[in-house]
Every structure is written in C-alpha cells, then in structure tokens.
Design a protein around this ligand. Structure first.
Ligand SMILES: C[S@@+](CC[C@H](N)C(=O)[O-])C[C@H]1O[C@@H](n2cnc3c(N)ncnc32)[C@H](O)[C@@H]1O
Length: 331
C-alpha cells in the first residue's frame, strides 16, 4: 500500500470510528469527508457489526464503533519474516518481562481441570510468548501431563527455536502454517490464543467462536484489554496519543533488542542500522491498543453465536490482561 493509500485508509478508519465528528472538514481532501461514501457506492457499510451488536440496545454498540480495525504491519503477507519475527519477538519479550499473563493462567488451569483435557492447541503463537509463559507456569504447579501444540499462519523461526531449547517432550511448534480460522480437525484440545485476538475484526471473532461452539471445543483467549481511558478519549486527542505511544515503543525497542534470545544478526541490523523492527513495533503496538476488545464485547459476540447458550462464558481483566473463556456446559 502506498503512502497516500495508507493515509487515506487511516483517515477513513478514524472518521468511521467517530474519532472525528461526521462532516468534519479535516482530512485528506475533497470526496473523503463524512459524506463521501464508501457505503453510498452500494458496497458494505463502512463499519459492519455482528448482528447481535447491531440489534441489541446495549452499550457495546458505542464501544465497538470506537474500536478501529487498522492494519498491523505483521499481518501483511509480504512482510519479510526477519522484520515480522523481530517485531513479535520484541512484543513477546516485553509481555514476558512484565509478567503480563500472570493473572490469567489460573483461568486456563481451571478450564483444563473442568474439561479433563490435557492437550492445548495454541493458535497465532508467533514467538511463543503467552503459550511459553503459560506452560512454564503450569509446569511450576506440577502439571507435567499438559501438552502444548503451538501453531501460526506464519510459523516464527525464533519461536520454534525457543520451543526446541526447552527440550520438553510435551511442547511442540508445528512447522506447517495453521490458520486460526481453519484449524485441522486432528488438532484437538483446549484452544488458546495469546495477544492476538485483536488481530481479528468482530466478524472474524464471531466466525472463530462459532466454529468452536459448533465442534463443542473449549477455548481460552487472552489479550491486551481495551483501555477504558482510551475509549473515553476525545477524538481530537487520538492522533496525539498515537504519536506519544509510537515514540515510546520506537525508543523502547532499542533498549530491549539485546535481551531477545536467540541472538540474531538480522535483528540487530534491522534495529540499529535500518530501524525497521522498531518502526513495526511502534506501529503495531499502538494499533493493538486501538484494536483491543473489551470483555463485554466478547461476551456479546459469544452469546449470540448459534449454540452459544450451551456454553459457560467468562470474560474480564486480570492484572492488565484480558481473558475470555468458553466451556461447553456438558463438559
Ligand atoms: C502478536 S503476534 C503473536 C503473539 C503471541 N501469541 C504471544 O503470545 O506473544 C500475532 C500472531 O498472530 C498470527 N496471526 C494473525 N492472524 C492469524 C491467523 N488468521 N491465523 C493464524 N495466525 C495468525 C501472526 O502471524 C502473528 O504471529
């Protein structure tokens, strides 16, 4: 996507998300104001909502509208692996150092206990961050029988190396790409996802949850939570907030890179010679915060999928992490 395309897309996202008032004259130019209409061309409305959220009279309508589905650079298929992996490795390290998931691992343990399952299928594993943290925490509790299978649409080389370094016979990283929306039937177990739910727009979360409910699978998803303060931020301050956040992440990346293992020359070159990894971390980290879901949005989606009423759903925030679990009531 060229710079003009990116700027236009960003503007439309900000406008559609009501960060700017309808009819605002600020923006890339004529024909791009609030009345210029992606919707009026007869295409899908600019912001599609899951049916339940559109029909319900509940507050999630506002919250969902304010969440923006901007593009993360690591999701672009043409992104070179050295840059994508460098970025996900850094985000993973940041989360690990902060003990970000400490408060939510008990949710996974409880789901394993309740369902009697011992296999966890982790999707969107990236560099392994959350899943590797969880398996360490479960082993520390003496749960030696739990087996983790890590998967990703773009399997992360350093993540696979980290898994191999653990020499744990019940921990594997699958070589073949696995799309979270089309997980092969043989990968059976409690489905987990760490730090990636925000990559999926509400329609895809609905599809994801619906497919698991149709198969009667338990799920435990963990992520960054939507910040209530950010959701209340006056629209005009959004670009300023994004700028501050991006600067902090860009600069912070230079300090974190030496701590990432295994060491890679490409990671150093793409940080200190041509800072493409800090640029990716700055953009993706900021967009992640904007795309994050609130617990009540996920519960609204879950309860609306066909068969969702046969599940026990739970969502909330523990520490700073969002948790969202679903268990077939029959389990
Ligand atoms: C933020 S990163 C991974 C975070 C990692 N799970 C952790 O705990 O730190 C998001 C990952 O999701 C993967 N991803 C995005 N969309 C996907 C999809 N539809 N199917 C599988 N993986 C996907 C990306 O390749 C990327 O590795």
């Amino acid at each position: 996507m060229n710079l003009h395309g990116l700027a236009t897309g960003l503007w439309e996202e900000l406008r559609d998300a009501q960060f700017f008032p309808k009819g605002s004259r600020a923006g890339p130019g004529p024909g791009r104001g609030a009345d210029s209409p992606r919707g009026a061309r007869g295409s899908a409305p600019a912001r599609r909502l899951p049916g339940a959220l559109k029909c319900g009279a509940s507050p999630p309508i506002i919250a969902i509208v304010r969440r923006m589905q901007l593009v993360e650079l690591e999701d672009l298929p043409w992104m070179p692996a050295a840059i994508r992996d460098g970025g996900t490795d850094l985000l993973d390290l940041g989360f690990d150092r902060l003990g970000f998931y400490r408060g939510v691992v008990p949710k996974l343990a409880a789901l394993l206990d309740r369902t009697g399952r011992t296999q966890v299928i982790d999707v969107c594993s990236g560099g392994g961050g959350g899943a590797l943290y969880a398996i360490r925490a479960l082993r520390d509790e003496g749960r030696e029988d739990v087996r983790f299978v890590l998967t990703d649409r773009y399997p992360n080389e350093a993540g696979r190396a980290r898994v191999a370094a653990r020499s744990d016979p019940r921990l594997v990283y699958r070589d073949e790409p696995v799309d979270a929306l089309a997980v092969p039937a043989e990968l059976d177990g409690v489905r987990t996802m760490w730090g990636a739910l925000h990559h999926f727009p509400p329609e895809a979360v609905t599809a994801l949850v619906a497919s698991m409910v149709a198969d009667g699978k338990p799920l435990a998803f963990f992520d960054v939570a939507a910040s209530p303060a950010l959701r209340r931020l006056p629209g005009a301050l959004a670009p300023l907030m994004m700028g501050v956040n991006m600067t902090a992440l860009f600069v912070g990346s230079f300090f974190l890179v030496p701590f990432v293992r295994p060491l890679r020359a490409s990671r150093f070159a793409l940080t200190y010679l041509v800072p493409l990894i800090p640029a990716l971390v700055a953009w993706d980290g900021t967009v992640s915060a904007i795309r994050a879901y609130a617990p009540e949005e996920l519960l609204a989606i879950a309860r609306a999928v066909p068969g969702g009423d046969a599940y026990d759903w739970d969502a909330g925030v523990a520490g700073s992490a969002l948790y969202f679990t679903g268990c077939p009531r029959a389990a």
